[in-house]
Design a binder for this molecule. Structure first.
Ligand code: ZN
Length: 209
């Protein structure tokens, strides 16, 4: 059965990141140092325990990076959110949490490394989330991030998209002045290797769950 999907979030172009860097004043950074995570436009999971299913489109060489990325968001102190799995080469129909490799730019979605789609439930939460990695990019597990060469690190992109699935938005998406903590967060895309959620990311998850 066809299910309507909404785009929870996509990795944005660097142009808008540069714009938000310009507008972040030193004063604002000093005043807001600490947890200023952004949730704008992103819903949270309906429940707190999910198992990630990974389709066979994902090469086995990605497995450890995807496992590590998923575990970053599970069991954060002060948060009830728990992730199990991933179940690789899963053929389970309609799992709540799904990850796969896909040429989604062919479907009219932005040609960015990753995108997260969700299906909303009641009370402003999402019942399902799908993380799509763009097959048009060149993926590695060594940490290389190079926008011009379209080379992306599996762990870095996966942990960012899983942050969206968990309920976090981009700090530069109309969430007020960007703080130093936000800029260092995995939810702030700047084409560098960022694998571990920082204090800002973790505070966001603890507040949501
Ligand atoms: Zn994003």
């Amino acid at each position: 059965m066809y299910r309507a999907r909404t785009v929870l979030a996509a990795v944005v172009a660097v142009a808008s990141i540069a714009a938000s860097l310009v507008t972040a004043s030193p004063q604002a950074v000093a005043a807001e140092s600490g947890a200023e995570y952004c949730r704008l436009g992103i819903t949270r999971w309906t429940y707190t325990i999910y198992t990630m299913h990974v389709r066979s489109s994902i090469p086995a060489s990605f497995n450890s990076s995807i496992t590590s990325a998923m575990r970053q968001w599970s069991g954060i102190p002060g948060s009830a959110l728990r992730y199990y799995g991933p179940q690789f080469r899963s053929g389970v129909a309609n799992p709540e949490y799904l990850l796969y490799l896909n040429n989604f730019a062919n479907s009219g979605l932005p040609d960015v490394p990753g995108i997260t789609l969700g299906v909303s439930g009641s009370s402003g939460t999402h019942r399902t989330a799908e993380v799509l990695l763009n097959s048009r990019f060149s993926w590695n597990t060594a940490g290389t991030m190079n926008q011009a060469q379209r080379r992306v690190d599996v762990w870095t992109i996966a942990v960012h998209e899983m942050g969206h699935a968990s309920g976090l938005a981009h700090p530069y998406s109309n969430c007020g002045p960007v703080t130093a903590a936000e800029r260092a967060s995995v939810m702030y895309v700047n084409w560098t290797r960022k694998r571990v959620p920082n204090s800002d990311d973790r505070a966001g998850i603890a507040a949501i769950y």
